[in-house]
Design a protein around this ligand. Structure first.
Ligand code: C2G
Length: 759
């Protein structure tokens, strides 16, 4: 709600009121109201008595929405309370771009319009991130996921719209006809074809609402604004669009706790949809343009969603009552709208029209099959998943098969590596191991190697009893009887995780929902310290067993021969003898990505300066996070910088480093086991902490080294590293005690024994 109110505050207008309708909320929001006192807030609380009589349509809806009056009632109460000349509805989880209201107002005044609508963009980002995006891209609409698709629908030309308007408004004068045609045409075009006839982003003249007695139908929960919109469109003498006004609609990326209305899944959404559609259709009867808009919307919902439900043999209702409902509604549809659809879609509409259920089912299934085949041709992973779901899953689970995966098969590393090596060494022959690895890597003890998403990968996922993963498993993996899933995770968290993050800004808005689903499969979760255990419980909503024994991946740092091992690694990496090494291992940035799991990274550390100042004594090991797709160019610096981004195991790199530089990566929790100096190069601290992620620690107070913001500070710190170590001695010890004291070289053993039931 803060984002919403802040966006109102930034509109640059003064003569307005904010009617805040509270639908039986339980939180105390007095602080927020006080903070935004200058936007003239008028609180309206919905009637507690009325809620008892609230009808939800079904028991299921009642479960979801109990204790609320619903969005329709809230909006109606808002209208009653509003005193201004215009009304603009803004849902408390959405916000508007700066200047939106003034743009709409200007348009309404200039056109003497009954209502004016703007554009609507959808996003899952919070406002500051969105605005930063808008600024960065020099794009005044911030068109992330823009709803718009300005292609002229075939079969629906401007002349046709004009013709129909003159039918709907007999006697309309030429100028008005031109205006209306423009308005309708824009409405149709600017909303993804005819799709989104919705109230969001519309400024309405209040006298227009009042004189027509327009209110929302409180019986509806999800599709309450359709009838309202249709009546508005039908009754308006003129309406128009303000291009620059942008309503930003936010999807919720925590649909588990806070689903948006559109994300609530209840069984009878369909019935409500149909009822709301047919009511709206009746209201639009005399207006052919509106009928077409509605019909198009309906057909689209049918071909995109409903048709599939009929074909899936899951719910009998779809083939009986719902099929009948669809058949009846389809009879009313304007034949020329059906003409807007092509090929397969047109055919299934005709099947419904003629009531041929079996033919329809066959056609849909056939089409889905073809689509899958085409996908398989393009991507093997679809085939792998298909085989997993249909065949491999039917083969028996093998009791001694273990599948290990670290960082999505990008390396042989991390805790799975150390648990695996412990098992191989101490229980030879007891297990058969499968390692997921996407490159040619030598792995000791000769496991079976498979590539992630290959057919063999799917095969072993289905057949292994044990899973040892340090990241999440693919979405399609299910838990089979007997499966034991050991999730080692990959770091003590500084950055907030999943459900502890206010908003997730990764590439997928469904992140929280997916994470929830995936983590339900885990049986054991490894944690390096008490702090992590507590975080994992809240961030992952994890309630099964936690193995709090330290990190298996840190065992190496307690190896009796660690100095000899380090010398070998240093030689292997050709680091000149006598030179000290600095490991620079930054993390990734949530908002800088090419696509899912592929992130950008621009190096902010001035390596040339570092070489000039420190080149005689030091070499730099440059290590990007495993998500980073960019290959950093170090040409010309080969004598000073070794790019170790492709090196498998970062623990081995810790061993050979005299100093660690990082930013917000969890690497410092592990590195602290060595008690060597750590520097934090946090050039984008404010953005990262306050906008992107949020932290569990107070980084300015709790970490065992200084925060540095410029290259010069980094150079100075390295030159004075002994002074810094002395200064941080006490803090370092405290930090070690809290985060590293469980590590003692035995974690792999402890974890393995517990999970694999070993003596
Ligand atoms: N890592 C690495 N090189 C880097 C950064 C990270 O090898 N330059 C490895 C380390 O093992 C590190 C792990 O990846 O511990 C996780 O990296 P983070 O930077 O902490 O980021 P993230 O993958 O988002 O994990 O609970 C921990 C969090 O999940 C963070």
């Amino acid at each position: 709600m803060e984002d919403c109110l802040a966006s109102i505050k930034d509109q640059g207008i003064t003569d307005f009121e904010t009617v805040l309708v509270l639908d039986h909320i339980t939180e105390d929001i007095s602080d927020i109201i006080e903070k935004y006192s200058d936007i003239n807030i008028k609180k309206v609380e919905l009637n507690k008595e009325k809620i008892k009589d609230r009808k939800f349509g079904s028991e299921e809806n009642a479960k979801v929405l109990k204790d609320h009056s619903g969005a329709a009632a809230a909006k109606n109460a808002g209208i009653e309370a509003a005193e201004g000349e215009y009304i603009y509805f803004l849902d408390s989880d959405d916000y508007i771009l700066n200047g939106t209201i003034p743009y709409l107002l200007r348009e309404a005044e200039e056109q003497q319009a009954d209502f004016v609508y703007g554009r609507r963009n959808t996003t899952w980002n919070k406002r500051m991130v969105y605005l930063a995006y808008v600024e960065d891209h020099n794009d005044d609409t911030g068109a992330i996921n823009n709803d718009e698709d300005k292609t002229e629908p075939e079969n629906y030309k401007k002349e046709k719209v004009e013709q129909e308007i003159s039918l709907a408004y007999p006697g309309i004068d030429r100028e008005r006809l031109r205006q209306m045609t423009e308005a309708y045409y824009n409405l149709i075009l600017s909303r993804k074809g005819f799709m989104n006839v919705t109230l969001t982003g519309v400024l309405i003249r209040r006298s227009f609402l009042e004189s027509n007695g327009l209110r929302f139908n409180e019986k509806f929960i999800f599709f309450y604004d359709l009838g309202f919109m249709i009546r508005m469109l039908n009754m308006a003498k003129s309406f128009s669009m303000a291009e620059e006004a942008v309503y930003v609609k936010r999807y919720h990326n925590d649909p588990i706790h806070y689903p948006a209305l559109s994300q609530i899944k209840t069984a009878d959404r369909f019935e409500e949809y149909m009822e709301s559609y047919s009511q709206a259709r009746k209201l639009a009867q005399n207006n052919p343009v509106l009928c077409r808009i509605l019909d198009y919307k309906f057909l689209n919902a049918f071909v995109k969603t409903f048709a599939r439900n009929i074909a899936r043999d899951k719910d009998e209702l779809w083939r009986t009552e719902r099929f009948k409902l669809l058949n009846e509604a389809m009879q009313e549809v304007e034949p020329s709208v059906i003409g807007c659809f092509k090929g397969y879609e047109k055919k299934i509409v005709k099947d419904i029209l003629s009531g041929k259920l079996n033919k329809l089912k066959f056609r849909i299934n056939f089409n889905l099959g073809i689509k899958k085949l085409l996908k398989i041709r393009k991507r093997w992973r679809v085939l792998a998943c298909y085989l997993y779901e249909h065949y491999f899953i039917k083969l028996p689970v093998k009791d001694n098969w273990v599948i290990c995966e670290s960082f999505f098969g990008k390396s042989y590393s991390d805790s799975p590596k150390y648990i695996y090596e412990y098992l191989c060494k101490n229980y030879p022959g007891k297990f058969k191991f499968i390692w997921v690895i996407n490159k040619r890597t030598k792995i000791p003890y000769k496991p079976i190697k498979v590539r992630r998403f290959s057919i063999r990968y799917a095969y072993y996922l289905a057949r292994c009893k044990y899973y040892v993963f340090n990241v999440r498993q693919p979405d399609w993996v299910v838990k089979r009887k007997g499966n034991v899933f050991l999730q080692t995770w990959h770091g003590t968290p500084l950055k907030r995780l999943v459900f502890d993050q206010e908003e997730v800004m990764t590439a997928s808005p469904l992140y929280k929902a997916q994470f929830y689903k995936h983590s339900r499969l885990w049986d054991y979760l490894v944690s390096a310290n008490k702090f992590s255990s507590e975080v994992f419980r809240s961030a992952f909503l994890y309630d099964k067993e936690i193995l709090e024994y330290g990190y298996p991946r840190n065992d190496l740092m307690y190896h009796p021969d660690k100095d000899k091992i380090a010398a070998d690694i240093k030689r292997k990496l050709r680091i000149p003898e006598g030179k000290k090494t600095i490991l620079y291992a930054p993390t990734w940035r949530d908002d800088e990505y090419y696509g899912k799991g592929e992130y950008k990274f621009s190096l902010k550390l001035n390596l040339r300066l570092l070489r000039k100042e420190l080149g005689n004594d030091y070499a730099i090991l440059l290590r990007t996070h495993y998500y980073i797709a960019d290959k950093l160019d170090v040409t010309g610096l080969e004598d000073f910088v070794v790019n170790v981004s492709g090196y498998d195991d970062i623990t081995e790199l810790y061993l050979i480093s005299d100093i660690l530089i990082t930013d917000y990566s969890s690497v410092f929790f592990d590195y602290a086991n060595l008690k060597r100096p750590i520097l934090f190069y946090t050039y984008d601290l404010e953005k990262y902490r306050d906008m992107l992620r949020g932290f569990y620690l107070d980084i300015e107070k709790d970490v065992p080294g200084p925060l540095l913001f410029t290259d010069e500070e980094v150079v100075e710190a390295i030159k004075n590293i002994d002074i810094i170590s002395a200064r941080y001695k006490e803090k370092y010890e405290e930090f070690y005690e809290k985060f590293c004291s469980l590590d003692n070289g035995q974690a792999a053993k402890m974890v393995a024994r517990r999970v694999f039931n070993l003596e």
